[in-house]
Design a protein around this ligand. Structure first.
Ligand code: ADP
Ligand code: MG
Length: 327
């Protein structure tokens, strides 16, 4: 059983950045205003994520990393949502099959914090009281200790940049949350104030004012098929040698290759050869329309009406670019 679990977990948590994405989403679900991340060896040695959210009750700790443990099924809409981004309660379980997890957490109503350690889906040793403040700190250590082949295939520097990329993206999508990320041995590589009213400011902090001032806001609403999309896109005066599409669908960071190609195609006549745009899109679609076969920790998604939605986004982007080009 444990071998099967480990293989299954290794298929969804393929690199530290996948795990971090899930851990960040949990912080946000817990209502955190601040999320501080520390990384050792690209996350392979350690990922530490500290939030100031509502915490986890100590009585919930013993089964925290078992499969399907979730506190997020209270509402009927949530039950419907099950069919969308996969099952609930799989992220911590999956991570615990490829790494060791230590959780320190405290709720508002508790006098002391609690600490618990996990491996292979189970609690290791007792839940212990300890000092702490309201919120949760999760430390993930020795990722892929039980999969040397995987571990060797990963390069620390690349993994570190992937980790940082995930933090940057969530920071943009949540301008009112203070995100920070640093290497265990160094100063912060990223720190957002958490008080920005708009993503534009955070984009400026992270990517530089050069990009921020070339961005235009972007908004599309549609009834048939029903979706809405907002974001920021670079204008004709900005270009880069690599293309960036930051895509959130229903508040989850995802990738969608066809949509990325569609966005790039709009810029092709506008930008010089081999130059690419920077686009951030927050797309909201009916949860029922997202492919049920996509596991929660997988990045690539498919969704219903993908082509129609892509076309509408293309039209809107192209219209904006045209008006910028002629003004
Ligand atoms: P899910 O998020 O789908 O419920 P996870 O495996 O990601 O499943 O997390 C399991 C449960 O652990 C969550 O439902 C939540 O109750 C709790 N949890 C995990 N991380 C945090 C956190 N940072 N703050 C508060 N609760 C958390
Ligand atoms: Mg989760």
């Amino acid at each position: 059983e444990s071998v099967i679990n480990r293989i299954a977990a290794g298929e969804v948590v393929v690199r530290p950045a996948n795990a971090l994405k899930e851990l960040i989403e949990n912080c946000l679900d817990a209502g955190s205003r601040s999320v501080a991340i520390m990384v050792k060896a690209g996350g392979l040695k350690m990922l530490r994520i500290e939030d100031d959210g509502h915490g986890i009750r100590s009585e919930d700790l013993p089964i925290l990393c078992e499969r399907f443990t979730t506190s997020k099924l209270q509402k009927y809409e949530d039950l419907q949502g099950i069919g969308t981004f996969g099952f609930r309660g799989e992220a911590l379980a999956s991570i615990s099959h490829v790494a060791q997890i230590t959780v320190t957490t405290m709720t508002e109503s508790s006098q002391v914090a609690s600490m618990a350690q996990y491996s292979e889906g189970h609690l290791v040793g007792p839940v212990r009281p300890c000092a702490g403040t309201k919120g949760t700190t999760i430390v993930v250590e020795n990722m892929f200790y039980n999969n040397p082949t995987r571990k060797q295939a990963l390069k620390e520097s690349l993994e570190h940049s992937k980790v940082l990329e995930v933090v940057q993206r969530y920071a943009i999508h949540h301008p009112s949350v203070a995100f920070s990320c640093r290497k265990a041995s160094g100063a912060a590589e990223l720190a957002t104030a958490g008080s920005s009213p708009s993503a534009r400011e955070v984009i400026g902090t992270i990517w530089g004012q050069g990009l921020a001032k070339e961005l235009f806001p972007f908004e599309v609403k549609s009834e048939e098929p029903r979706f809405s999309c907002r974001g920021f896109a670079s204008g004709p005066n900005y270009s880069s040698r690599s293309s960036t599409l930051i895509l959130f669908i229903n508040n989850r960071l995802v990738e969608c290759a066809p949509l990325k190609r569609a966005v790039e195609a709009v810029y092709q006549p506008v930008l010089p050869r081999h130059q690419h745009p920077w686009v951030y899109l927050a797309l909201d679609v009916d949860p029922q329309c997202i492919d049920v076969n996509v596991h929660p920790t997988k990045m690539e998604v498919q969704f219903l009406h993908e082509e129609t939605i892509s076309l509408r986004l293309q039209e809107a982007l192209a219209g904006q670019l045209r008006s910028l080009g002629t003004s």
